[in-house]
Write a protein that binds this ligand. Structure first.
Ligand code: NI
Length: 141
């Protein structure tokens, strides 16, 4: 049975600094470059949430986009918008890379959505940086 997907776009602005206490200052600079700047920097993040439509075309739309909007706003946008990501408890022991952030967003959303309906989460961090996660293996620290 053919099944299409629906992608909704959300956005938030947040600050972060790529840094880990597991590395020396020199190693942090080597790993993260100017993103290790002690004063941090900001991004206009775009989150792309892709859901399985859940029904063949003839049956009409089953997916409740208003509910999806509410869940993403509550779980992701409100949590991160105009915040410092490095202060989020989930990032106490892991670096605020795009990879880790997209995994966290998946984890925050998947438990609030109907089982099996979340297909993929995408995260645009900069003009040239895009991260995505489609479930599977556990969170990478
Ligand atoms: Ni950055």
């Amino acid at each position: 049975m053919a099944q299409a997907s629906v992608t909704r776009r959300y956005r938030f602005c947040a600050a972060h600094r790529l840094h880990t206490d597991h590395l020396s200052p020199e190693e942090n600079w080597a790993a993260f470059g100017k993103c290790n700047n002690p004063n941090g920097h900001g991004h206009n993040y775009i989150v792309l949430v892709t859901m399985k439509s859940g029904a063949p075309a003839a049956a009409g739309r089953v997916l409740d986009l208003n509910r999806l909007d509410r869940i993403v706003t509550e779980q992701v946008v409100s949590r991160f918008d105009h915040r410092d990501l490095n202060r989020d408890p989930e990032f106490a022991d892991c670096t605020t890379t795009g990879e880790n952030l997209v995994l966290l967003i998946w984890d925050l959303l998947v438990k609030h959505l109907p089982s099996g309906q979340l297909e993929k989460v995408g995260l645009i961090e900069t003009r040239d940086n895009y991260f995505e996660y489609a479930g599977g293996v556990g969170k990478v620290e």
